[in-house]
Design a protein around this ligand. Structure first.
Ligand code: SF4
Length: 354
């Protein structure tokens, strides 16, 4: 069981899958031709790495209006791209896109490279994104194995293991390779992802209407409950964090975070990360003396990163020395912040509205 090795049988399966997709696919705003603009695809795939499609769509449209080509983006500043990314989260993706655009301009003559190995060298482009671009823009026979396709592939081919593991995804990529050699690789990727999303769901897949059921190892062997399972559970540690709201004349002091750290390059009130609980007395490590009102927080917010959770309390504080503003520190109007900030900082500053 599994994909047939006979070329004619593979062709029939290929046709059946694409036929199913033509009939059942959901209409998406950016699902269009089979020779998509590779730069637009690159922007879209990087935006979708951690963000829902409905959230990313307006950002994607504004981004392409502002930087319609890779060379336009390569000329942008980091400040500008972070500003355009505000609200999407995981800001490293904006920096990767900028570095990728500059690399394409400097090393590939302004053209998105066509080879998988070259695509995977671009910042922020992993095996999935590289395969999506190679197949959808250049019709290369590259399976783009996301979580949905990993589940379908594991069940059809009878591959054991966690669907989230790189090992299983590599195996799925190899085993599905022959059907991608039959052509229309971009559409095939979309079809398999859609099948995983609509039919081959994690629980109670609709095998009776699945175009792959005649060759599916899991279905034919009554092992659907055993294969393509995600048992991984994110283990997020929780940290207490204090944000200092230093206010003066209706303005709040924000600083630009270390570009290589968490929320790097974005502006926000200074934060201090503790262990499980804040210490009895704070000793902020700032370039100027401050007095902190530890009696009553202004408010609290919780924020979840990919790897940890912050429980933030915002405390009022006052600088006791002159603050040198410029590259690292700025006074801003909390209701109209004109420097790039993260969603977390927006929520902390939003506490002042109440
Ligand atoms: S037959 Fe069932 S388990 Fe197999 S790919 Fe289709 S939906 Fe998934």
């Amino acid at each position: 069981m599994g994909l047939p090795s006979d070329p004619e049988a593979l062709d029939r399966l290929h046709e059946r899958l694409l036929g199913w997709f033509a009939e059942h696919r959901r209409e998406l705003p950016w699902r269009g031709s089979e020779d998509e603009d590779p730069y637009a695809l690159l922007v879209r795939e990087i935006m979708l790495q951690q963000t829902r499609m409905s959230t990313a769509l307006p950002y994607y449209e504004r981004w392409l209006e502002r930087w319609p080509g890779v060379e336009d983006l390569a000329e942008a500043s980091e400040e500008e791209v972070l500003d355009a990314w505000q609200g999407l989260g995981y800001y490293n993706r904006a920096r990767w896109l900028l570095r990728t655009a500059r690399k394409i301009r400097d090393e590939h003559g302004g053209e998105v490279p066509r080879r998988l190995s070259q695509l995977e060298q671009l910042p922020g482009v992993g095996p999935y994104t590289a395969a999506a671009i190679a197949s959808m823009a250049f019709d290369k026979p590259a399976p783009a194995v996301d979580g949905n396709m990993a589940r379908v592939g594991a069940r059809v081919e009878g591959i054991e293991g966690e669907v989230t593991s790189d090992k299983l995804k590599r195996e799925v990529r190899t085993r599905l390779g022959p059907v991608f050699e039959r052509g229309r690789a971009g559409r095939l990727n979309e079809a398999l992802m859609e099948l995983g999303s609509l039919v081959c769901t994690p629980v109670d897949p609709a095998c009776e209407v699945c175009p792959l059921s005649p060759v599916c190892t899991a279905y034919q062997g009554a092992r659907v409950d055993e294969l393509g399972i995600d048992r991984s559970t994110p283990d997020l540690s929780t940290h207490a964090v204090t944000a200092l709201i230093l206010a003066r004349n209706g303005q709040v002091l924000v600083h630009r975070r270390d570009p290589d750290g968490l929320l790097g390059g974005l502006w926000g009130p200074p934060v201090i990360e503790h262990g499980d609980t804040p210490p009895a007395t704070l000793a902020p490590d700032l370039p100027f003396a401050v007095e902190v009102d530890e009696t009553e927080p202004i408010g609290r917010v919780e924020h979840t990163f990919s790897h940890k959770r912050w429980q933030v309390r915002a405390l009022a504080a006052e600088p006791r020395e002159e603050v040198v503003t410029g590259e690292a520190w700025q006074w801003v109007d909390p209701a109209d912040v004109d420097v790039p900030t993260s969603a977390l900082d927006d929520r902390v500053l939003g506490l002042l509205d109440g």
